[in-house]
Design a protein around this ligand. Structure first.
Ligand SMILES: O=C(O)CCC(=O)C(=O)O
Ligand SMILES: [Fe+2]
Length: 322
């Protein structure tokens, strides 16, 4: 990967555009077509709350990101401070390990340019139904043999310091991800449940059961696995119930997650009760659009694809605010 190092600064958020040749970018509307989700995929997302099996990275790109990820394990000083969140082991059960970090896109060129992945951007545009920004990225890594769980949760339960709810998550496998090494699971249609309270991210896997009603428990037991080869992604709705079990296998299970939000998402921090959790995040003011260099515009529909006919979700149905 060639980066233009003479023009890069320590905080890569200074660059609101790709800084390397990590991806070849479409240069006209027609070149976006190869990345377009079908009508059926868009419908499936509306009905189930997720879609899966979308290739976002080549093998070589996965290798580059895994090398950068390895360098994050021993990172210190100025670079370490760029992360909004960094926990080498977030597991409540300390005999297991879950590396969780937010903000890698500010630190290393591959992760920086990943947010401009054309496959991610086209799909996210279709599934959000409009132009969007980066909210943030995340790394979730479980080492071989003793990888910790990510308890069942809805992403938006952690994001109520923003509004309205018009967000999307893209989960990208950096290792082949299977039931053995702790792949993600989804509860199809749980995105229709409304917003549930936070019940913890890294402790008791099933803690959320306590806040579910009888019907929800029945659906909960119909969870599905989201096995994916490295380089492939799934996309899920901000109210989608998802989680992942421990990794006792001989292989690591690493993943990078891209969280996107509609271009006009606002801060909602005034009465937010977990402000401590936002200590290292950029300042987000009540009722002000989250824009500027920490929330780069990743896709401007009019500019990128003009009048090209693209299947998109029904935004009123999926994102009617919470
Ligand atoms: O990687 C995992 O196991 C959890 C990921 C997650 O919570 C997410 O993508 O929103
Ligand atoms: Fe999540």
């Amino acid at each position: 990967m060639e980066t233009s190092s003479s023009t890069t600064s320590v905080d890569l958020a200074a660059h609101g555009h790709p800084i390397s040749d990590f991806f070849k970018q479409p240069s006209c509307a027609e070149e976006w077509e190869q990345y377009m989700l079908t009508e059926e995929q868009v419908k499936a997302f509306e009905e189930q709350g997720f879609i899966s099996g979308i290739r976002v990275l080549t093998d070589n790109q996965v290798d580059i990101l895994n090398n950068e990820l390895e360098s994050f394990q021993s990172i210190g000083g100025e670079k370490r401070d760029l992360f909004y969140y960094y926990e080498s082991n977030e597991s409540v059960d300390v005999s297991k390990t879950l590396f969780h970090a937010i903000g890698g896109w500010r630190v290393a060129p591959g992760f920086h340019d990943l947010i401009w992945s054309p496959a991610f951007r086209m799909a996210a545009y279709q599934l959000l139904g409009q132009s969007f920004r980066l909210f943030h990225d995340q790394l979730f890594c479980k080492p071989a043999k003793h990888g910790g769980v990510v308890a069942w949760h809805q992403d938006f339960s952690y994001w109520t310091f923003t509004k309205p709810m018009h967000h999307l998550t893209c989960w990208i496998a950096l290792d082949d991800s299977t039931t053995e090494n702790g792949c993600l699971y989804y509860v199809p249609e749980s995105h229709k449940w409304g917003l549930l309270p936070i019940t913890g991210l890294t402790g008791d896997m099933d803690a959320v059961r306590e806040v579910l009603n009888k019907e929800q428990v029945e659906l909960f037991d119909k969870k599905v696995t989201n096995e994916l080869p490295r380089g492939f992604a799934s996309f899920h709705h901000p109210l989608m119930m998802h989680g992942s079990y421990a990794n006792y296998s001989e292989r690591p299970r690493r993943a990078v997650v891209l969280n996107a939000m509609a271009f006009n998402t606002l801060g909602n921090t005034e009465n937010y009760h977990r402000l401590d959790a936002l200590n290292s995040f950029p300042v987000m003011k009540q009722d002000e659009v989250l824009n500027g260099r920490f929330f780069p515009l990743l896709f401007d529909g009019d500019k990128e694809i003009g009048k090209l006919n693209v299947p998109k979700v029904n935004t009123g149905l999926l994102y009617n605010g919470q």
